[in-house]
Design a protein around this ligand. Structure first.
Ligand code: ADP
Length: 264
């Protein structure tokens, strides 16, 4: 009948469109994989010569080629600090491409949060020592052990705490760990009394290369990739990173993690 014929041709058309979409999705996937592979290779190829440059710069700074004038030394220090900045950008791009390409595996284990936080704070001790800041921790007695990727949690908290120290000139930085029983969520917050972030920047700073101040004359170092990596790492563990901030008063960045990360 006429109706059957119509249904038949509509079905055929749908199947054809479906096939077209499937091919397009495959092409996109291949293009994206090629992009990630290119970026990963490029970052790797950049790292080797850059490490040589930094090695020789360091040798010269140590004075192995004799005394330098103050001007020469200042110039060499600029080469050194720009080289380190470049190395950080390259390493962070490598991290992002690994995550995007699905080549950053999840290593799940059981671990206690207080120990991890102690480790993070100890690693940043030399930086804290150069400031006037008080760094404290507040741990809920109900904190359960986490079953997730310890290294990734550590990387995220290190990043949040480094930022807090960088953007705080006086007062204190608190690391607060809590447990929300209803949602089985552990939260690790880094609360600072620093420069704060205006509402219009609070979402943006989680995007790649976004900084509140990215002018060449900006007062703070950094690449603008740290928070975008934190957000990606948290997502891999089924968690997220949020921010609450008041300009001029301070910021609180919080990592929310399910107590147990399940393998997907
Ligand atoms: P980076 O610190 O390398 O610039 P991030 O992605 O870690 O990159 O942070 C992006 C931007 O977010 C920073 O440049 C800064 O403008 C803002 N920011 C992050 N943490 C804080 C903080 N604790 N206080 C104020 N601003 C912050």
């Amino acid at each position: 009948t006429e109706l059957e014929a119509k249904v038949h041709s509509a079905t055929a058309e749908l199947a054809e469109q479906n096939e077209k979409l499937r091919r397009q999705a495959l092409q996109l996937e291949q293009a994206s994989a090629a992009k990630s592979q290119f970026l990963a290779n490029m970052s790797h190829e950049f790292r080797t010569p850059l490490n040589a440059i930094l090695g020789y710069t360091n040798m010269l700074l140590q004075g192995v080629s004799g005394e330098m004038t103050p001007q020469q030394k200042r110039n060499l220090q600029r080469i050194d600090s720009n080289g380190h900045h470049l190395l950080q950008v390259i390493n962070e791009i490598l991290d992002i491409t690994r995550i995007e390409a699905g080549r950053m595996p999840l290593n799940l284990s059981d671990f206690e949060v207080p120990e991890l936080l102690q480790e993070v704070v100890a690693e940043l001790d030399p930086i804290v020592a150069r400031t006037q800041l008080e760094v404290g921790t507040e741990l809920s007695p109900q904190l359960p052990a986490l079953h997730t990727d310890r290294q990734k949690v550590k990387q995220i908290v290190l990043n949040l705490l480094s930022n807090a120290l960088k953007f705080t000139h006086e007062g204190s930085v608190q690391v607060i760990a809590d447990y929300q029983v209803a949602t089985s969520t552990v939260s690790i917050s880094v609360k600072d009394s620093g420069i704060g972030i205006a509402p219009e920047h609070q979402e943006k700073i989680f995007e790649d290369f976004q900084q509140v101040d990215s002018s060449p004359t900006r007062a703070y170092g950094g690449t603008g990739l740290g928070l975008s990596i934190c957000r990606r790492l948290a997502a891999m563990m089924g968690g997220r990173v949020t921010v609450q901030s008041t300009l001029g008063e301070g910021s609180t960045f919080t990592l929310h993690l399910p107590r147990r990360t399940r393998r997907t």
